[in-house]
Design a protein around this ligand. Structure first.
Ligand SMILES: *Cc1c(COP(=O)(O)O)cnc(C)c1O
Length: 359
């Protein structure tokens, strides 16, 4: 089976096999050094020059989203959420659950985020903006300049879930004034699931460390994580093996020309796929897309059916949930798939379309 799902993705062989050769024990100076090395490189990739500003947590991406809500927001904040799909909705649910006052910018399917959506919220006392830089349920890559301008002129902190944009779309926390960025091991990093990262600006780090009240979580109290971080450690047992995979992955990125070359290769892959899939008679949306995935739109055909057909050809893609399940399925461009695999996928899609038209 060839894996084109939106995370976990197909792992590279030397990353997948690294667990066989390492010990799982972690309270050692060697493991601490490994962690510091990985977090430093990841901080450079995400464009955050603040030292000791990246935490890592034993949970999937949603756990980190919730931990950020618990540690970075309080009931005296007023939050705005960009809600353009199921991940935006998830931020709304988490904020609601924790009693943080919020409003959301609700986007319809196929609606592109633009200035008019934000300007209605100018000068209304909002203190935090939550956004999923790539809304993975639709593949829309939001305009970061637009969002950071809005935050700057309103004195708001910008909290970005970059889970599916990290290591495939080009952005920098420092340049865009992102105050907290969340990502996980199983997407752009192409590792096993189980490890999530939170990178913070210096003002967000101060907000967390100076907070008088305890966060609504004991396990994910970021103050404890910052204290342990100075030794490259975590308060509790981390996903040790995943960190070794991250190290192997960072080596791979470096050997293939570094961060920019890596991102450019994924962008090329996405571009080539988008051209071929439209030539094969399918449509793609016209809002800006992340390099991570291509949503393929179906006219009248149930997208779930196509995803099922593809399985018989040996390809696993991501169908969508809810209302979108009939409209789109998603093809991911991350992970260990070759241009030859991509061509075979296109051939299969062409074949499926011909058969369905004949029916
Ligand atoms: C994958 C993803 C998540 C995290 O999902 P988990 O299943 O909890 O790892 C969160 N946000 C976005 C935008 C994602 O793509």
């Amino acid at each position: 089976m060839r894996i084109y799902t939106c995370g976990p993705v197909a792992m590279y062989p030397e990353v997948a096999s690294v667990r066989q050769d390492v010990s799982g024990y972690f309270r050692t100076p060697e493991y601490g050094t490994l962690v510091k090395h990985c977090l430093k490189e990841l901080s450079a990739f995400i464009g955050n020059p603040v030292p000791q500003s990246m935490l890592y947590l034993a949970c999937s991406g949603t756990g980190a989203m919730e931990a950020v809500v618990e540690n970075c927001a309080t009931p005296s904040d007023k939050a705005l959420v960009i809600n353009g799909g199921s991940f935006g909705l998830r931020f709304c649910e988490l904020l609601g659950y924790h009693g943080i006052p919020f409003k959301s910018v609700k986007l319809r399917w196929n609606e592109r985020l633009c200035e008019k959506h934000l300007s209605t919220f100018d000068n209304r006392g909002f203190s935090l903006l939550f956004v999923n830089l790539d809304e993975t349920s639709t593949g829309q890559l939001y305009d970061l300049d637009l969002l950071s301008d809005f935050c700057e002129r309103n004195g708001m902190l910008l909290i970005a879930d970059v889970i599916s944009a990290f290591l495939c779309d080009d952005f920098s926390m420092e340049k865009s004034g992102i105050d907290a960025a969340i990502f996980s091991s199983q997407k752009g990093l192409c590792c096993s699931p189980g490890c999530s990262f939170v990178s913070v600006s210096s003002r967000m780090k101060e907000k967390i460390l100076n907070s008088k009240s305890a966060p609504a979580t004991r396990y994910f109290d970021f103050k404890d994580y910052f204290t342990n971080l100075t030794r490259g450690q975590t308060p509790y047992t981390p996903p040790v093996m995943v960190m070794y995979e991250v190290e192997a992955m960072l080596r791979r990125v470096s050997l293939s020309g570094g961060f920019n070359a890596w991102i450019n290769r994924i962008a090329d892959k996405a571009r080539a796929f988008r051209q071929s899939v439209t030539e094969a008679g399918y449509q793609i949306p016209d809002y800006p897309l992340s390099n991570m995935l291509t949503p393929v739109c179906l006219n009248g055909t149930d997208a779930c059916d196509i995803a099922r057909d593809l399985k018989e050809y040996g390809f696993l893609v991501s169908p969508c949930g809810g209302d979108l399940s009939k409209r789109i399925f998603r093809v991911c461009h991350l992970g260990n798939t070759s241009p030859e695999d991509d061509q075979m996928l296109i051939d299969a899609l062409y074949d499926i379309r011909q058969k369905r038209i004949k029916k």
